[in-house]
Design a protein around this ligand. Sequence first.
Ligand SMILES: Nc1ncnc2c1ncn2[C@@H]1O[C@H](COP(=O)(O)OP(=O)(O)O)[C@@H](O)[C@H]1O
Ligand SMILES: [Mg+2]
Length: 221
Amino acid sequence: MFEVRNITKTYGSGRTQVTALDDVSFTLDRGRLLAVLGPSGSGKTTLVSIIAGLLQPTSGEIVIGGQPVHLRSAAEAARFRRKEVGLVFQDHHLVPYLTARDNLLLVPHLSGRVSRADRDRADGLLADFGLAERATHKPGVLSGGERQRVAIARALMNVPEIMLVDEPTASLDTERGLQVVELLKQQIHERGMTCIMVTHDPRMAEHADEELRLLDGRVVV
Ligand SMILES: Nc1ncnc2c1ncn2[C@@H]1O[C@H](COP(=O)(O)OP(=O)(O)O)[C@@H](O)[C@H]1O
Ligand SMILES: [Mg+2]
């Protein structure tokens, strides 16, 4: 199980201090897709960044499998981020000079060995995400929606424990957006991952297993 316990995050100090998250708590079981909803500025990206370990909370803790993440050693925390966290931000950071397929194979490639299983998984994900015909295209000639799907497929490659996806459907029309959410949900359910998907679109959230609403850094109940 995945737990966010009493997370507070303030930026800056004194008169310019901003409380981005104010005592946020929730739990999420394996195999579940949680949609985090809220208007711009409500703290969604801050929450995802803290869960990803990219940002330290001011107080509170993230607990995974019963263990508070901040108690891990630096090496253990780095390994966790590399192996167990799949991260997709809105600016999806594809490598421009690699094909869609090679973008999926980037991590196995960097670790020195691309196995048959890696290739099969990459081709399977490309097919699932409707990208089989685009496998040998580079990001520059793909549409915004296609690039977004490549980025999600790449994050799913190593079957992370937790997928964190910030506004995955922002550049897509509603129909395409819902397709992406359905594909994501299917992968999460099939492989027993946990997924936190940020969106400001309630129609996307309807397709998630659970919903968390943020307003001014607080959970709305
Ligand atoms: N690095 C930062 N320094 C100061 N304030 C920040 C910083 N990042 C975000 N904020 C503020 O924190 C609040 C939440 O931001 P954010 O988490 O990006 O919200 P969302 O993703 O829901 O739009 C906003 O008021 C934003 O201006
Ligand atoms: Mg944001």
